[in-house]
Design a protein around this ligand. Structure first.
Ligand code: ADP
Length: 428
């Protein structure tokens, strides 16, 4: 289009030259042609020079302004540059967004070049590994020999698990993905995951251990019964042992199922209005039957309040505390189940005058299968899961489990219910 315009102008000028030569004189036509051609060369030469001047430093200089065809051409160049600037601004904004998102990732991300020098890192990597700047070898920041040999070995199918001197007590998993010439390295904090894994395998080991003794007893006695001709009294004794062990396994399985159900249930507990007087009376009757008259068991309700919660769960928690009190209190001792409201919070307490617990054990009592005295727990029908169940029920109700105890001084186990679970006294 631009060239067509120039050719049209040239054509018109030559036509004028021909007319001048024909009608006036050939000399004037020639002079006119020379002037037109000279003007065209000067005109194009000038703008070509301007274009060249600009092209030497296109980022620093403005695109020249031209007229005619050159004006059009310069306008197009300007428009193209504007569009390119807009596109690169949009790209930059997008890139900034991606950087900001990557910076918010909790995982540390590092891009390495083919010499394992840092090309780029996100904020987590800078905080975790102390990375600053670029082009420094990664082992300047992570000096652990394990890591250096992991990097040198070049086998990245499996991640490397390490602890960092800068973050004692935490465990990290480093994964490396080759990408192009370089590598992408991701460090993740797996402390919690590792603890959960350890707890899970501990738990499986504990359950197996708990079940092994009763299973061995059942198998042993059953084999004896099958293989030997026994008198009636011995046969009966063996069958009773089998029954005792089976019941013990049943209790463990029941408690495990209760715990699993409570832990799997992430919903709020049922919101029932519970009359404590009624609940306590039923619990005291059960405990009295369980004690078989060996203890003085009483209840005290200082404030006539109702509570809101899951009646079945609270009943199970109180039952566990009362049976423990009976099991760990020598004959003749006293057990009291009480309720009182203090500073707006409700306290359900089971107090006994039993053997008590050394302070060292208190923080771990509600761990699954934790026992102070394994023999006593087993011989009184314990599973080691009672307080874990109580603790879980308490936390589902937003309550705390408070234990006060000392050897020889008895114990008191309290569920401290938050004010939101307490209703004003019901009309008598
Ligand atoms: P267990 O079935 O062994 O009683 P729990 O989880 O109910 O398991 O209790 C954990 C441990 O806490 C018990 O083994 C026992 O050593 C101790 N314990 C619980 N309640 C009492 C109590 N009232 N008096 C003394 N020790 C207790």
């Amino acid at each position: 289009m631009i060239w067509i315009r120039q050719l049209l102008w040239l054509g018109a000028a030559l036509l004028v030259a021909a007319l001048l030569a024909y009608f006036i004189s050939p000399t004037i036509g020639l002079v006119w042609s020379a002037l037109v051609l000279g003007g065209a060369v000067a005109f194009n030469g000038y703008f070509l020079w301007q274009l060249n001047e600009w092209a030497v430093l296109p980022d620093k200089r403005r695109v020249p302004i031209g007229t005619g065809s050159w004006g059009l051409a310069f306008e197009r160049i300007s428009r193209y540059l504007r569009e390119r600037a807009d596109a690169s601004e949009a790209l930059e904004a997008e890139l900034e967004g991606v950087h900001a998102a990557v910076d918010r990732l909790p995982d540390a991300l590092i891009a390495l070049d083919r010499f394992d020098h840092v090309l780029w890192s996100n904020r987590s990597a800078q905080e975790l590994h102390g990375i600053f700047g670029t082009s420094r070898p990664i082992h300047h920041f992570i000096r652990q020999p394990d890591f250096v040999s992991f990097l040198d070995a070049g086998k990245f199918d499996n991640p490397l698990q390490i602890s960092l001197a800068t973050h004692p007590g935490r465990i990290y998993r480093i994964r490396i993905f080759p990408s192009g010439d370089g590598k992408l390295m991701i460090t993740r904090d797996v402390t919690d995951q590792t603890k959960i894994d350890a707890m899970r395998s501990d738990f499986v080991a504990n359950v197996s251990h708990e079940l092994r003794t009763p299973v061995t007893i059942v198998c042993g006695f059953a084999e004896t019964l099958l293989e030997l001709e026994l008198d009636e009294a011995t046969r009966r004794e063996h069958l009773e042992s089998i029954l005792r062990s089976s019941r013990s396994m049943q209790r463990i399985i029941d408690d495990l199922l209760t715990l699993a159900t409570l832990e799997a249930d992430l919903d709020q507990p049922r919101d029932q209005v519970i009359d404590l007087r009624e609940l306590f009376a039923a619990m005291i009757d059960e405990a009295t039957a369980f004690s078989g008259g060996r203890h003085r068991i009483s209840m005290t309700i200082n404030d006539a309040y109702q509570v809101r919660g899951d009646a079945g769960e609270l009943e199970s928690a109180i039952r566990n505390l009362l049976t423990n009190a009976v099991r760990y209190t020598p004959d003749g001792g006293a057990i009291e189940l009480s309720w009182r409201v203090r500073d707006g919070e409700g306290w359900i307490t089971v107090r006994d005058t039993g053997i008590g617990i050394d302070a060292d054990h208190l923080p771990r009592l509600s761990e699954r299968f934790y026992r102070v005295d394994r023999g006593r727990s087993r011989s009184t029908g314990g599973t080691g899961l009672g307080l874990a169940i109580v603790k879980r029920i308490a936390s589902r109700h937003g309550a705390g489990l408070h234990i006060v105890s000392a050897p020889g001084d008895g114990s008191s186990f309290s569920l401290r219910l938050p004010a939101s679970r307490i209703l004003p006294p019901s009309d008598e």
